[in-house]
Design a binder for this molecule. Structure first.
Ligand code: NAI
Length: 460
């Protein structure tokens, strides 16, 4: 092995996903020398196997739904079917365009992109093939991968992960989706829109179980109406594969037959075999432990993104990358407010939230008030024919601490809700804001008007 001839750079980043490339872009902007190591393609899970391709599929699914439902809006149309090769070509073209743009950004900022499999070999160096790259600081950003359950073998044909699901060259006639987090609900939604028979199995009592219960229930109702079958509070017992499908058994003895089983029971850290242990980095079940500055127990090494315990979301990776680059450049960035991270499940309908659920708020504040504004009273929601609601969680006579929304396209509304919870606004303050009519965003204003004691298009 040879040491980098040029001597140590300021920053060596292992992993070019959302967290890693965001760190690189901001650090380079601030004048640091950066080497960014990526074994596959710049952009990581989010760009190539996650956020972007799944949302492209969801958009194709929305168009299929629009055609099926066009008669409700007075437009006669005939649904002729799904051309999955074209759906995939559209999805890939979106990914490729963003990939080219990202590669251009990284090149233009003078970041050295090192292609290859990196391994931490000391607190200040990473080996890539026979090259050792030294840095004054190392950032671990190797991300996450799909997990399975003990004894549940993924064969990538009939028992698949979300990576496999994105590469399918057909719409399955039927599918069992194990796990009703964001991945499970988004694929269930796409496949149903494309015409598959879909059954979701979730161990906890609700779909998207970490969300406000009322949001979960609205999604359950919407999915039931769409014909998506649900086994909630159901434990998976096993799966048998045959030539033409799978038979899934639940602990209560129920059996479900389908063409394939999607395993969506969470994602685990990618930290094995990368030298972290050997260099003495403290891990917990493979996750790299960090302090509030994102530093590991080894002072020259930080870790960000899905690799550290906590929310696994691309926008958290971006925020952590910016924070870390700024703090390593000697600035004093404001700490990341992990309590106010917006979350969106992009199913049909969408589920979006920010801040605390009513249960968590009650644990923290003792007493809370909530108000639910039904989208039935919102003009734009009626025009779009979408059902849903905005639920606010507030401290009595105090600020709004949680906003939970269900409905089509409500992911686009959650950024305003984040301003509200971040600002620690009182309901009366938000009620002062004028929302344009008719928009879905008005539902946020209406909910606050009602919570402030002056409901307009709703009952209190
Ligand atoms: P998840 O942890 O969000 O959900 C997994 C679900 O599987 C949980 O509800 C869990 O109760 C259930 N489960 C676990 N074991 C089970 C069993 N034996 N039987 C039945 N159900 C079982 O994980 P998911 O959906 O795989 O996503 C992984 C990560 O990626 C998450 O952090 C998620 O937030 C993120 N992600 C975010 C997206 C978004 O923001 N739209 C989209 C896709 C993923």
């Amino acid at each position: 092995m040879v040491d980098s001839a040029a001597g140590p750079v300021d920053l060596v980043i292992l992993g070019g996903g959302s967290g890693g490339y965001a760190t690189a872009l901001r650090a380079a902007e601030l004048g640091l020398d950066v080497s960014l190591i990526e074994k596959s393609k710049l952009g990581g899970t989010c760009l190539h196997r996650g956020c972007i391709p799944t949302k492209a599929l969801l958009h194709s699914a929305e168009i299929a739904d629009n055609i099926h439902e066009s008669g409700n809006f007075g437009i006669r149309s005939t649904f002729e079917g799904i051309d999955i090769a074209k759906v995939n070509a559209y999805k890939d073209s979106v990914v490729n365009k963003l990939y080219r743009g990202l590669t251009g950004l990284v090149n233009n900022r003078g970041i050295e992109l090192v292609e290859g499999h990196g391994r931490l070999v000391s607190p200040t160096s990473v080996a890539v093939g026979d090259r050792v790259i030294s840095g004054r600081h190392i950032v671990l950003a190797t991300g996450s991968q799909s997990k399975s359950l003990p004894g549940l073998e993924i064969d990538h044909r009939q028992v698949i992960t979300s990576d496999d699901a994105l590469e399918l060259d057909r719409v399955p006639a039927s599918a069992v989706v194990l796990g009703a987090g964001a991945i499970g609900c988004e694929f269930a939604s796409v496949w149903r829109s494309f015409g598959a028979e879909v059954t979701i199995v979730e161990a906890l009592p609700h779909l998207v179980p970490l969300e406000e219960e009322s949001s979960s229930k609205l999604l359950e109702r919407a999915f039931r109406r769409r014909g998506i079958k649900q086994h909630l509070g159901a434990r998976f017992a096993g799966v048998k594969t045959t030539d033409d499908g799978v038979t899934v058994t639940l602990e209560d003895g129920t059996t479900i037959e389908a063409e394939l089983l999607l395993v969506a029971v969470g994602r685990g850290p990618v930290s094995e075999g990368l030298g972290y242990d050997e260099v003495g980095i403290a891990l917990d079940r493979g996750y790299v432990l960090v302090d509030h500055q994102l530093r590991t127990n080894v002072p020259t090494v930080s870790a960000i993104g899905d690799l550290r315990p906590g929310l696994q979301l691309a926008h958290v990776g971006f925020a952590e990358g910016i924070f870390l680059a700024e703090s390593l450049a000697g600035l004093n960035p404001a700490p990341i407010d992990y309590d106010n991270i917006p979350r969106v499940t992009y199913s049909h309908p969408e589920v979006a939230s920010v801040g605390l659920t009513s249960t968590r708020a009650a644990e923290l504040y003792g007493d809370v008030v909530t108000h639910t504004y039904d989208l039935a009273g919102n003009g734009k929601a009626q025009i779009l024919q979408t059902a849903g609601a905005v639920t606010l969680v507030a401290v009595p006579d105090g600020p709004v601490v949680g906003v939970h929304i269900v409905g089509d396209r409500v992911g686009e509304l959650i950024a305003e809700a984040q301003l509200i919870t971040n600002w620690e606004a009182l309901p009366s303050e938000v009620a002062q804001l004028i929302h344009p009519h008719p928009t879905l965003s008005e539902s946020i204003g209406e909910a606050h008007l009602a919570l402030a004691g002056k409901p307009l298009h709703s009952h209190n």
